[in-house]
Design a protein around this ligand. Structure first.
Ligand code: GCO
Ligand code: MG
Length: 402
């Protein structure tokens, strides 16, 4: 089999997505996701200008060799743009191989290790009451694990809380909006939120919380310690992870489990975090971490240190990545949990898919390959629209981590 054509499709059915379609001489094609929120066109042009010309004529079954060719062959390694582009190719090739062999991708990764993939979704509210009600709604819908975010009093536009009654969506069209942030108010508020949640929803549901890279290690240590009575499933991104040994300080003080890595793009970003057991869950994403091929190696490395996966699954990862993550999560042994943030109804129509949710678990379906399509006629009605993630400033105006 040979690759005869490849195309990048950038569309915006409620939000932007970058999709790579690779076609073969046998009529089988594969789809890969290369969406990088707020930097979509950088990946699109990396693919069209620099990657696609090198793919034509290659055997799509040589997934490992093509991965190494694109990674080592670029000389300039790593980074979210490069690794998202490589991921788009890699995932499309796994899709092709599954279709050619007439088997779902999870079978190519070792087969089923479990019957379903445990997922968590996002609850939020402008007040504690609203957040409690939102968690309850998702529990009633069958979720066994729910992330809870709440507006912090005195901090306008808190992370994870929607504006204007719409579902929460990280990126916004137009130029970046500015959020404000106060560590002091946040740290004083969050323990009370979880105290109330446990009192109201009991102890069976898994509760998660995303700190979104906003604390110093010692502040994160204080938060983790104060949340221990409410036994969170995890505290996510407690501090920016460039300083990997910052996590050692957090670990000295708290047993609240830690998840990090949604902005990582290589196993090297997590090397110390994993081998020193400073984290419990690795959140690297198939789309931003070089695809299934590189994430499989990362997960196997993490398994040696009893670190489990907890992959990022926000709306800025297309249904193609969601499907890939579900096949992956069904197959690997050290799967922990998968994030599931609902795509809009329009996004789901543009990317018809086989995966489904039932009683807290998701299932990738048994279609050959990944089981996701793209409706190209519909796509043409929703062209790319420039959009950005917000930026954040402290109350005194200093730029801080969003
Ligand atoms: C999460 C994330 C997202 C990110 C978003 C950025 O845990 O789901 O933190 O909400 O902010 O994916 O593009
Ligand atoms: Mg997060």
């Amino acid at each position: 089999m040979k690759i005869v054509d490849a195309r990048v499709i950038v569309c915006s059915p409620d939000r932007n997505f970058v999709t790579l379609k690779i076609e073969t001489d046998e009529g089988i094609y594969g789809l890969g996701d290369g969406t990088l929120n707020g930097r979509e066109m950088a990946v699109a042009s990396y693919l069209s200008e620099h990657v696609i010309p090198c793919l034509i004529g290659r055997d799509p079954f040589d997934i490992e060799d093509i991965w190494q060719y694109l990674y080592r062959g670029a000389y300039w390694r790593r980074g979210p743009v490069t690794m998202s582009a490589i991921a788009a190719v890699d995932v499309a090739l796994w899709d092709i191989k599954g279709k050619a062999l007439k088997t779902p991708v999870y079978n190519l990764l070792g087969g089923k290790s479990r019957q379903g993939v445990l997922v968590y979704t996002h609850a939020n509210g402008k007040t504690v009451d609203e957040t409690v009600a939102s968690v309850r709604r998702y529990m009633d819908a069958g979720y066994l694990a729910v992330r809870a975010q709440c507006a912090v009093p005195g901090v306008a536009s808190s992370y994870g809380v929607p504006k204007g009654g719409k579902p929460y969506e990280p990126a916004e069209r137009g130029l970046p909006s500015e959020d404000v942030w106060s560590t002091e108010r946040y740290l004083n508020f969050v323990p009370g939120l979880f105290e109330r949640l446990r009192a109201e929803v009991g102890h069976d549901v898994h509760l998660l919380h995303d700190v979104h890279h906003r604390l110093t290690p010692i502040e994160a240590a204080r938060l983790g310690k104060s949340l221990e009575p409410y036994h969170l499933f995890w505290m996510e991104d407690p501090t920016p992870a460039e300083l990997q040994e910052g996590f050692a300080l957090i670990r000295q003080h708290t047993t609240t489990p830690i998840a990090t890595g949604e902005v990582f793009n290589s196993v090297w970003d997590a090397h110390d975090l994993i081998r020193k057991q400073w984290i419990d869950y690795i959140r690297m994403t198939i789309v931003h971490g070089g695809g299934i091929t590189h994430l499989k190696k990362t997960a196997d490395f993490a398994a040696l240190y009893q670190v489990k996966t907890g992959f990022h699954g926000a709306t800025d990862l297309s249904p193609i990545t969601m499907a890939a993550a579900l096949h992956f999560g069904l197959a690997i042994h050290n799967f922990g949990i998968q994030e599931h943030m609902h795509h809009s109804e329009l996004t789901d129509r543009v990317f018809p898919h086989e995966y489904s949710f039932n009683a807290g678990y998701m299932y990738p379906g048994d279609a050959p390959g990944l089981g996701v399509e793209i409706d190209e006629a519909l796509v043409s009605q929703y062209p790319y629209q420039r959009a950005y993630l917000p930026v954040a400033r402290k109350l005194d105006g200093t730029m801080t981590d969003w």
